[in-house]
Write a protein that binds this ligand. Sequence first.
Ligand SMILES: [Zn+2]
Ligand SMILES: [Zn+2]
Ligand SMILES: [Zn+2]
Length: 362
Amino acid sequence: MNAHDHENKKNLRKLYISVFICILFMTGEVIGGIISGSLAILTDAAHILSDILGFCISIVSMHISQRPATKKMSYGFYRAEVIGALLSIALIWALTTWLFSEAIHRLIHKSSVEGSVMLITAMAGLLGNLIMGFVIGHSHSHSHSHEHDHIDCDSHNHLNNQDHLIKPIINLKEKDVGKTEMLPFEIDSTTCAKGNEKKNILKHNHSKSLNMRAAFLHVIGDALQSIGVIIAGIVIYFYPEYSEADPICTLLFSVIVMFTTMPIIKDCVKVLMEGTPNDINASEIKNKLLNIEGVLEVHEFHIWSLSASKTCMSCHLVAIDPHSSLEKAIFLLKKDYGILNTAIQIELQGEKQTLCCDPSFL
Ligand SMILES: [Zn+2]
Ligand SMILES: [Zn+2]
Ligand SMILES: [Zn+2]
């Protein structure tokens, strides 16, 4: 518990440092972009803004989701993160649309770009990327050294303290934050609370290395974008008549922004529409419930995500001996699928026609 508090504080401090560095370089790029008249530099600044918003969502959701549920907000505040992600993407799309139309305007009506200022600003932008890469890389090596300890406490939660909901929530949040810190906006679709102990550890390691790869790819992508702007800057510096290189960069980056944010929007909307989580096979779970001894029927079957890493499930279970079947069902869902929030309504054979499924019965 204390170790986790400590870890959370550390993550939070790293997030604040990241935001500070990003704001510094974004401000520099906005000034350099306006002075040089380079749209590509401003597009890069818009990208840094999207990274900043991602960090801010992590910070705010870390504070907000720690708040306990209230009488009026009985689910707590987990989905604040999803709403925040959608709002920030809406802002980024608005900015990108403006940059895109401005780029087309500049392609039609040629405008001059100050090559030297553009080049210097783009190089500073690359430096910013390298610093961010160092900050993110540092957090990787740390989380790696913490890994053994972490897996220990995770598997204890899932195997021994299954009825104790508080601890796993803290763990999931810790995982969420570590992740979002590395890759802004990414919505986590893997739950670590899965399977038996061995499977669990494997899964956990797997998702962690995936996160590292994703964060690394993001840094590489950012660096490539900066290098693209530098190349455009060099071209414009030596051949000022080829100033089209600048809006062409913006058009290219705008398309990339659209493509990279699309899957995140999809995941957010899926959570808000109570869709079945990507990593969950609903028909497999339903079949396993049906295979429980004495279970005759499963209906009103729903699996949805409260937040990216918190799965809920509800269903009606028609059984010969409902109470023993219910116990087995809850155990199955917790042990094999890590679904801790379940609401299962049990019905006796024959009872459902009158009580549950007849719309005229009131
Ligand atoms: Zn831990
Ligand atoms: Zn970025
Ligand atoms: Zn029913």
